[in-house]
Design a protein around this ligand. Sequence first.
Ligand SMILES: [Zn+2]
Length: 107
Amino acid sequence: MLLIECPWCGPRAETEFSCGGEADIVRPVDTDTLTDQQWGDYLFMRKNPRGVHREQWLHAQGCRRWFKAQRDTVSYAFQGYQTFERPLLSLDNSDAQAGNKQEGKAS
Ligand SMILES: [Zn+2]
């Protein structure tokens, strides 16, 4: 079973999550000037890399919050996660502790 680290709830089973696909897709601002090709690319074309990929995940059966994760598509290993309020945090101990210290200062 794959464990996914929810930024708010901690490690949980993969079955509690839904993948929302590729992250960081920006909606075009001026859609009236787009060609059909450009509009189709925005709606349907997604990367499918072999290796590191940034994705959106929903903790559907937990806190029901969205977050972004960086994952290796070959090994399925999650390399870090990012909420919409703070930058990418690595899952190794150094960044996690730094994140906890920052949260401690804020409260
Ligand atoms: Zn959660």
